[in-house]
Design a protein around this ligand. Structure first.
Ligand code: EPU
Length: 426
């Protein structure tokens, strides 16, 4: 079994470059199913999740060529099935994002229910609510096998027709799936209480390059006028704001001095603001953000929210940092109902944390001690690496496939700023 071994690394210093965003790449790769000509995508990160979605596209009949250096050439002219198999769907929740494009292209889609990180129930009711509003009949089949193998959604329509869709919660995935179906529907779709994440804006920009007519992405109301057909395009994926945020916390927790390159600082306002509150000095210079960690971290409180609020995907990394602050910190998680699994792992390293429902209190400062710990999901894995950099002794992180799903060349990048991190096989 592979593991990452981390040692106390002192103050991390130097420059580190952020890759293209995982959570922009996945919906955009799914959306390539909508185009009928060559599509070139640049700055696609080299990640397990990207490989999985490319396999999903290939299984549907698309041609997907990895041209190297993060560039992909995709052509979906000849997709030949509307069905996505359990073997692929179960590996990653985001595979469900092919459902909207398949409805757009074929008026039909059959998808096993999605898998992925175990950070909560993560239902798909809002995706289905949107499809139904566009005139799609969605049959939900729930089998009785434990692993969900025989459960699937069969969705079909004569014609997709634009409509008004109100989302009870601004779900990122539901907003994306509905946008991708609506772009080829007849007439106008209005998504209200839409997610406003930068990844939604990137998807909208990509769909517009393909010939889609979309306005309002980045606000809570997205208006889509359906078009007959979509074509080809060249598109560069935005930088990964969560990878950037993770490196920024690496400076904060170690009292280091790191220049994070290839960042859109506006995507990181809540993260920057909370790091400043914790005592960091932040200097923005175009696409670079320099973070200088303080000698003593000040305790802070965070509450996760949909964008532009504090990102749930940065919650675990901030909690690692809070174990080193001089006093009590609180975290309130409002986006996912089960995203405190990292707490037990931090406790194995000596952290003092108590959880009450969706709120956690972190009593700093604890001297963390290296131990065997488990990445229970992707961001937990990243947070354990950060904790390992300030712990005494060696921290061994298992289940690192979660980390490989979302961080490109993580060891190499972190070694470049002085991180003592190596991959070993047990
Ligand atoms: N939800 C529903 N019904 C739905 C859809 C979502 O109740 O039909 C609930 C979920 O259960 C959850 C909340 O809404 O409690 C937020 O879910 P959302 O749909 O916004 O998340 P997602 O699209 O499944 C994306 C990212 C996640 C990120 C969340 C929130 C991708 C591929 N994934 O997930 O990324 O945490 O938005 O920002 O874009 C990660 O990168 O580590 C990660 C988990």
């Amino acid at each position: 079994m592979e593991k990452l071994v981390i040692e106390n690394s002192g103050k991390l210093q130097g420059n580190i470059r952020v890759s293209g965003a995982k959570n922009a790449s996945l919906p955009i790769l799914a959306a390539t199913l909508l185009g009928t000509e060559d599509i070139i995508l640049e700055d696609v990160p080299k990640l397990k999740d990207v490989e999985i979605i490319c396999d999903v596209l290939r299984a549907l009949g698309a041609s997907v060529e990895n041209l190297g250096d993060g560039t992909y050439k995709i052509n979906s002219k000849n997709i030949n099935t509307y069905e996505t198999k359990y073997e692929l769907m179960s590996k990653m929740r985001a595979s469900f994002l092919v459902m909207g494009p398949l409805l757009g292209r074929m008026n039909k889609a059959k998808n096993s229910l999605p898998g992925g990180c175990t950070i909560g129930a993560r239902p798909i009711d809002l995706h289905l609510k949107g499809f139904r509003a566009l005139g799609v009949e969605c049959e939900e089949h729930y089998g009785d096998s434990d692993n969900g193998q025989d459960s699937y959604i069969l969705a079909h329509t004569e014609n997709l027709v634009g409509n008004k869709v109100y989302l009870d919660f601004p779900s990122v995935g539901a907003t994306e799936n509905i946008m991708m179906a609506a772009v080829l529907a007849k007439g106008k779709t209005v998504i209200e209480n839409a997610a406003m994440e930068p990844e939604i804006v990137d998807l909208s920009n990509f769909l517009r390059k393909l010939g889609g007519n979309i306005k309002g992405a980045g606000t809570n109301t997205i208006i889509i006028e359906g078009v007959e057909k979509l074509y080809g395009a060249r598109h560069q994926i935005i930088p990964d704001r969560i990878e950037a945020g993770t490196f920024m916390v690496a400076a904060a927790i170690t009292g280091g001095d790191i220049v994070v390159e290839n960042v859109i600082p506006d995507h990181l306002r809540p993260v920057i603001s909370k790091l400043e509150e914790a005592g960091c000095i932040i200097k923005e210079d175009g696409e670079n953000v320099r973070v200088i960690g303080p000698e003593k971290l000040i305790p802070i409180d965070i509450k996760t929210l949909p964008y532009p609020g504090f990102p749930t995907d940065m919650q675990a990394q901030f909690m690692a940092m809070m174990t080193q602050a001089e006093g009590d910190n609180t975290v309130i998680e409002t986006v996912f109902e089960n995203r405190f699994m990292h707490v037990d792992e931090f406790k194995r390293m000596g952290a003092s944390i108590s959880v009450n429902d969706r709120s956690a209190t972190i009593n700093g400062r604890s001297q963390l001690v290296g131990n065997k710990v488990y990445a229970t999901d992707l961001r937990c894995g990243a947070a354990l690496i950060l904790a390992g950099f300030v712990a005494s002794g060696e921290t061994e992180i298992y289940n690192i496939y979660h980390i490989d799903r979302g961080y490109e060349n993580i060891e190499e990048k972190l070694r470049g700023i002085g991180g003592k991190i190596r991959r070993e096989i047990d």
